[in-house]
Design a protein around this ligand. Structure first.
Ligand code: ADP
Ligand code: MG
Length: 245
């Protein structure tokens, strides 16, 4: 899948289409139905929040949308092109060229500075921004030469966000990015995600089990027992800076 597909994206177009996604994990004789016939379209430029109790299938869904995992049945299309039933190399290209991931734990390399951690990605990306620019966007301009151990948890997470977006991905997928952070620190991380979404227009999906965070979304999906149980649209969005819990 080439970068030419990026040019085809327009404001109201589905970036991702998931149809009848199911995922069954088998451990010995036990079957867990992590996803049950999920249908979802992600529209270019939206910021969706996925809410739901632990075990409801949020991570499984995000991992499949991001090409980290494959469904047991069903189909995912990225800009109209199937991601399911492609080989591993194609899935790797999809992840590398089009998807930025942020997880609860930052997974930075301790022996590299913030700048060097981001540079690892920009060196292999097709049309990256300068690593300094990515770190500026998340408010870490003055800290680019610090090592992870010299940064707070929230700052380390913002380095991870800079690393995820420096390649200018079409999709930013965040799985509980503030799960390990206290409320004021989490707000700074959410402000970084909000700014990326506003300034780069990156289509963003964010998993949380904190319903306050859903107020910054354009659309909120509620997952339960492997299904999208409910969906709402926020008529007005709250700025991340106004959120507290
Ligand atoms: P959430 O992110 O909403 O907490 P998950 O998508 O991680 O939920 O998990 C959904 C269900 O699938 C849970 O019951 C979980 O235990 C199960 N599950 C997730 N990953 C695996 C796995 N690799 N092997 C077996 N079961 C799994
Ligand atoms: Mg999860």
């Amino acid at each position: 899948m080439g970068t030419e597909s990026r040019a085809a994206t327009t404001d109201s177009q589905s970036v991702l289409q998931a149809r009848e996604l199911s995922k069954v994990y088998r451990t010995g004789e036990v079957e867990v139905h992590a996803l049950r016939n999920v249908n979802l379209d992600l529209v270019s430029g939206e910021l969706i929040v996925l809410l739901g109790a632990s075990g409801s299938g949020k991570s499984t869904l995000l991992n499949i949308l991001g090409g980290l995992d494959t469904p047991t049945s069903g189909e995912v299309r990225f800009l109209g092109q199937p991601l399911t039933a492609v080989d591993d190399a194609a899935l790797t290209r999809y992840r590398r060229d089009h998807v930025g991931f942020v997880f609860q734990f930052y997974n930075l390399i301790p022996s590299l500075t913030a700048l060097e951690n981001v540079s690892l990605v920009t060196e292999i990306a097709r049309q990256p921004m300068a690593p300094e620019e990515a770190l500026q966007l998340v408010g870490l301009g003055p800290r680019i030469h610090h090592f992870p151990a010299q940064l707070s948890g929230g700052e380390q997470q913002r380095v991870a966000i800079a690393r995820a977006i420096a390649k200018r991905p079409d999709l930013l997928l965040c799985d509980e990015p503030t799960g390990a952070l206290d409320s004021p620190t989490a707000v700074l991380v959410l402000q970084a995600i909000e700014r990326i979404h506003a300034e780069l227009g990156t289509t963003t999906a964010l998993i949380t089990h904190n319903s306050v965070i859903a107020e910054m979304a354009t659309r909120v999906l509620y997952m339960r027992d492997g299904q999208i149980q409910q969906e709402t649209r926020n008529a007005t969005r709250r700025a991340a800076s106004e959120l507290s819990w």
